[in-house]
Design a binder for this molecule. Sequence first.
Ligand code: 13P
Length: 241
Amino acid sequence: MKKIFAANWKLFKTPQETRDFFSTFKDLANKATGEIVFFPSAISLEAASSSLKGSNIKWGAQNCFAQASGAFTGENSAQVVKDLGGSYILVGHSERRKIFGETDALIAEKVAHIQSLGLIPMLCIGETLEEREGKHTFRILETQLLLGLANADKSKPVVIAYEPVWAIGTGKVASPEQVAETHADVYSILEKMGFAQSPILYGGSVKPDNAKGLAALPHVSGFLVGGASLEPKSFSEIASV
Ligand code: 13P
């Protein structure tokens, strides 16, 4: 399976910084060994769309509402992402769950809505440090998958991003043993649910110096990268492993 290297820019980069990034990155991307996907912040999506027109680099939004339009002040529309040429939408990132109170039920509605438009949801799951230390990781991930994919269409693509909350932005990457064990667990849950085809990305302090080892592990189909995706050089190194 072709790997996926995804960049979550969170609330960084203006439209001009987005254009500047791509003018450097497009040349570096020739060495990529898989599909590349960028998730710029909402107001920079149009800059990404026009910068990436005609390239094979994909992009999408970090979030959307579960309906295409209506009286939903401040929300983003997946239909608009589609009209601008986007392919993916991130759903259920731990920052959305924790800071913005997103529930598994809302996440499930978003997944179904995104699929209904022909876009690909990238569903983020992950346990906190407390949950890992309490040995609840399997149960937490299973619950997030069962509820988050409750309305998903098995015949349409969905990508899973396993991001242990304690490894996000902390510099504390999960060990190869932890990643291998947890990705095998996630795969076994997905297989039972009928989603065995879904790629499983790892996210959490992925850097050029740890990407190669992690990419070689079974059931690691690529990465979702935060901090190290903000520089063209470091992200292109990760995408070339
Ligand atoms: P970092 O790579 O900065 O740890 O962020 C991971 C992440 O949250 C990607 O969605």
